[in-house]
Design a protein. Structure first.
Length: 276
């Protein structure tokens, strides 16, 4: 049987992409990565220097699978163009890969006032330009590539320590905002599985099974740091909660099943002195 991920193109390759590429290469796959600067890529990944926000000037290889991660231009952060790069990508590929995974975001649900956990079967109702752009990119990726869509929420892990630093310096925050999150390690594992699984779910919310109010997470971090709990700021959007049931069914046991296990490890790491 042909390996569905014998060769993989990472279209957009940041921190998660590099970890995914290394894991795929370690399992015997040939990995290519499209990004603007390729000098820092590990030797196991073949870099293709290309700015996907502009007309393509470099030929792309024929591959079995592709993972698409589009990072909005900072100038377009509130209203990004995510479908344009997908059109250019479709035109530049010599053949359509058998498996395409689009990394989207649970941000497609931004503004949803519901109190129940939203599942992959719920239809997003975008209320701002960014949410609409995310949802449009999902629809276009499905149309162009028959893509599998994965929606992470609140990615955290070593090197993604913004909330820890906020708590450490005593920044006020919206304590009542509902949140989901996923540790970077488990997101990489999920993407690896989605590339290789014969019949993956068509849409997947990449979240652990323990949504929590932002204040609860901040209080836990404060206790571990030995600092006062953050005060409440003026309330903003209440946030939304998405269900992680399908993700748990697909993944089985997570390396970091809740925010406590993930943040405890980061804070107790070898360079933990920087939090003191």
């Amino acid at each position: 049987m042909h390996d569905p991920g014998a060769s993989v193109l990472l279209f957009g390759c940041g921190k998660v992409g590099v970890r995914l590429g290394e894991a795929l290469a370690a399992s015997g796959r040939r990995v290519f990565a499209v990004r603007r600067r390729v000098e820092a890529l590990p030797a196991s990944i073949t870099g293709i220097a290309l700015d996907y926000r502009r007309p393509f000037s470099t030929a792309l290889p024929a591959v079995d699978a592709m993972v698409v991660t589009l990072t909005p231009d900072p100038a377009e952060r509130e209203s990004p163009d995510l479908t344009g790069p997908l059109h250019r990508l479709a035109a530049a590929l010599p053949v359509r890969p058998r498996r395409v995974v689009l990394v989207s975001s649970t941000g497609v649900f931004t503004g949803d006032p519901g109190t129940r956990a939203l599942t992959e079967d719920d239809a997003p109702r975008p209320v701002n330009a960014r949410s609409r752009a995310l949802l449009d990119s999902e629809a276009e990726a499905r149309r162009l590539f028959d893509a599998v869509v994965v929606r992470p929420a609140g990615i955290y892990g070593p090197g993604r320590e913004h909330l820890i630093r906020q708590v450490e310096r005593g920044a006020a925050m919206d304590r009542e905002r509902r949140t989901n999150r996923i540790h970077e390690t488990d997101l990489v594992r999920a993407l690896h599985a989605l590339v290789l699984t014969p019949e993956p779910p068509r849409t997947l919310h990449a979240v652990d099974g323990h949504p929590a109010l932002l204040g609860e997470v901040a209080d836990h971090i404060a206790r571990r740091l030995g600092v006062p709990a953050p005060e409440a700021s003026t309330a903003g959007l209440r946030g939304h909660v998405v269900s992680g049931e399908r993700f748990a069914s697909f993944m089985g046991t997570l390396a970091y099943p809740d925010y406590r296990s993930g943040y405890d490890e980061i804070i107790a790491g070898g360079d933990a002195a920087r939090w003191r």
